[in-house]
Design a protein around this ligand. Structure first.
Ligand code: FAD
Ligand code: UDP
Length: 372
C-alpha cells in the first residue's frame, strides 16, 4: 500500500491526526472535496481582513495540552468573545451577566438579580426536560422570551420545547460584571487566521483538494492501510439507514466602505422577525488591525442565516435530538464493522464538538492508532 493513512477531510480533526502521524514517520495523504484546507475553520484574507468563511470561530479551552498543542504552530491573540444581543433595537450584554440583568430589570446588585430569577423560575417544577424549561430555570421567563426563544428557534428551526436542555447549558450565567462568553482558561484567535494554523500543521504532508472520497471510494480504499474519515457518517454508508438531520448555515457577505459597522465582532439578533441569527464583523477578531498593526479602513460583514440541511448543502450542525441520536447509534454500529476505517470529528461522530474537543479527540485517536 502506498500510504499508511488516508485522511478524508482537511478540517481540524483530519489535520491534527495527519500531523501526529506524520511526526511519527507515517506516510499520509489528506484529501478534501472542497477547494481549500481547514474545513469549517477556514479563513480567507479579504482587504486585509481574515474572514471566517464558515462563521465566527473563537478558540477556547480549559485543556492546557490542547492549548499548548495549537500554540506550537501559531501565536494566538487575546480576543475575548463578548457578543451583544439586539432585541428589536434594545441592546443586551451576553452571556447572561449583571449588565444583562441591569438592562432587563433595572436591578443593581447580584442579590436583586438572583431574587428576580428565583421568582421567575418557580413556574418550572422538577428537572427541566427541554430547552425552554431549562432556559427559564436558568434565567427566568423575561430573558428567555427576549434573548433565547427567537434566536434558538431561528438557529435550530425547531420549537424550544422540542430541543434538548443541554444546548442552552453551554452558555454561562454569571452574577458578576463579566461578559466573557466562555468559561475557559485559554481563549484567542490565531494571528493571521485559522488557515495559517492549518497550513502549518499540514507542512510536509501531501494534500489533494477537490477530491471526493465517496466518488472514488474503491480506488481510495486500496491505497492506504487505514482510513480516517471525517465526513458525514450517514453519507459514508450511502444513507442506507436514512439521512441524519443537520442544520446548515448560509452567509450574506458585504464589503463596506466604512471603518466600523457595529463596533463588535458579533451581534446576535434575538427576535423572531429578523431573518438572520447574527451579524459578524470580521475585522474585530483582530482588533481592526492588519498584519502591520495599521487600522483597516474598510469592513467586511456576514449575515448568518440558519436553514435545514438538504442534499447538496454543507452540513454544519448535527441535530442532537432523540430521533437523530437513535439513528446515529445505528450508523455507529455499522461503523464498528469497517475494520480499517476510523470515524472522527463533528460529522464523522455526529457530535456538537467545539474546536478544542476536536483537537483533543484527534490527539487521543492518533495516540491510540500510533501506539498499536
Ligand atoms: P469539518 O471542519 O467539517 O471538516 C470536515 C472536512 O471533511 C470538510 O473540509 C469537508 O469538506 C471534508 N469532507 C467531507 N466529506 C468528504 C468527502 N466525501 N471527501 C472528501 N472530503 C470530505 N468551535 C469552537 O470551538 N468555537 C467557535 O466559536 C465555533 N464556532 C462555530 C461556528 C459555526 C457556524 C460552526 C458551524 C461551527 C463552530 N464551531 C466552533 C465548531 C467547529 O467548526 C468544529 O468543532 C470543527 O471545525 C470541526 O472540525 P472537523 O474536522 O470535525 O470538521
Ligand atoms: N443562544 C441564545 N441566544 C443567543 C445566543 C445563543 O438563545 O443570543 C442559545 C442558542 O440556543 C444556541 C445556544 O444558546 O444554540 C448555544 O449558543 P452558542 O453560541 O454556544 O452556539 P454555537 O453557535 O457556538 O453553536
Amino acid at each position: 500500500m502506498k500510504y499508511d493513512y488516508l485522511i478524508v477531510g482537511a478540517g481540524l480533526f483530519g489535520t491534527v491526526f495527519a500531523r501526529q502521524a506524520y511526526e511519527k514517520g507515517k506516510k499520509c495523504l489528506v484529501i478534501d472535496k472542497r477547494d481549500h484546507i481547514g474545513g469549517n475553520v477556514y479563513t480567507e484574507k479579504i482587504e486585509g481582513i481574515n474572514v471566517h468563511k464558515y462563521g465566527a470561530h473563537i478558540f477556547h479551552t480549559n485543556n492546557k495540552d490542547v492549548w499548548d498543542y495549537v500554540n506550537r504552530f501559531v501565536t494566538f491573540n487575546r480576543f475575548t468573545n463578548s457578543p451583544v444581543a439586539n432585541y428589536k433595537g434594545e441592546l443586551y450584554s451576553l452571556p447572561f451577566n449583571m449588565y444583562t440583568f441591569n438592562k432587563m430589570w433595572g436591578v443593581v446588585t447580584p442579590l436583586e438579580a438572583i431574587k428576580k430569577i428565583e421568582e421567575q423560575r418557580k413556574e418550572i417544577k422538577g428537572e427541566p426536560t427541554n430547552l425552554e424549561e431549562q432556559a427559564i430555570s436558568l434565567v427566568g421567563r423575561d430573558i428567555y422570551e427576549k434573548l433565547i426563544k427567537g434566536y434558538t428557534e431561528k438557529q435550530w428551526g425547531r420549537d424550544c420545547k422540542e430541543l434538548p436542555p443541554f444546548i442552552i447549558k453551554r452558555l454561562p450565567v454569571r452574577f458578576t460584571f463579566d461578559n466573557n462568553y466562555f468559561n475557559a482558561l485559554y481563549q484567542g484567535i490565531p494571528i493571521g487566521g485559522y488557515t495559517k494554523l492549518i497550513e502549518k500543521m499540514l507542512d510536509g504532508i501531501e494534500v489533494r483538494l477537490n477530491t471526493d472520497f465517496l466518488i472514488n471510494k474503491q480506488e481510495f480504499e486500496n491505497i492506504a492501510q487505514t482510513i480516517i474519515y471525517t465526513g458525514p457518517i450517514d453519507a459514508y454508508f450511502d444513507y442506507s439507514l436514512g439521512a441524519l438531520e443537520y442544520r446548515s448555515v448560509r452567509f450574506e457577505n458585504e464589503l463596506l466602505d466604512i471603518e466600523n459597522f457595529q463596533g463588535n465582532a458579533a451581534v446576535n439578533y434575538t427576535d423572531r422577525e429578523t431573518p438572520y441569527t447574527r451579524i459578524i464583523e470580521h475585522k474585530w477578531f483582530e482588533f481592526g488591525k492588519d498584519e502591520n498593526n495599521n487600522d483597516i479602513k474598510k469592513t467586511y460583514i456576514s449575515k448568518e442565516y440558519s436553514s435545514e440541511w438538504k442534499p447538496g448543502d454543507e452540513p454544519y450542525y448535527p441535530v442532537n435530538d432523540e430521533k437523530n441520536g437513535a439513528l446515529y447509534e445505528e450508523y455507529y454500529k455499522l461503523s464498528k464493522d469497517e475494520k480499517n476505517v476510523i470515524f472522527g470529528g463533528r460529522l464523522g461522530e455526529y457530535k456538537y464538538y467545539d474546536m478544542d474537543q476536536v483537537v483533543a479527540k484527534a490527539l487521543e485517536t492518533a495516540d491510540k492508532c500510533l501506539l498499536s
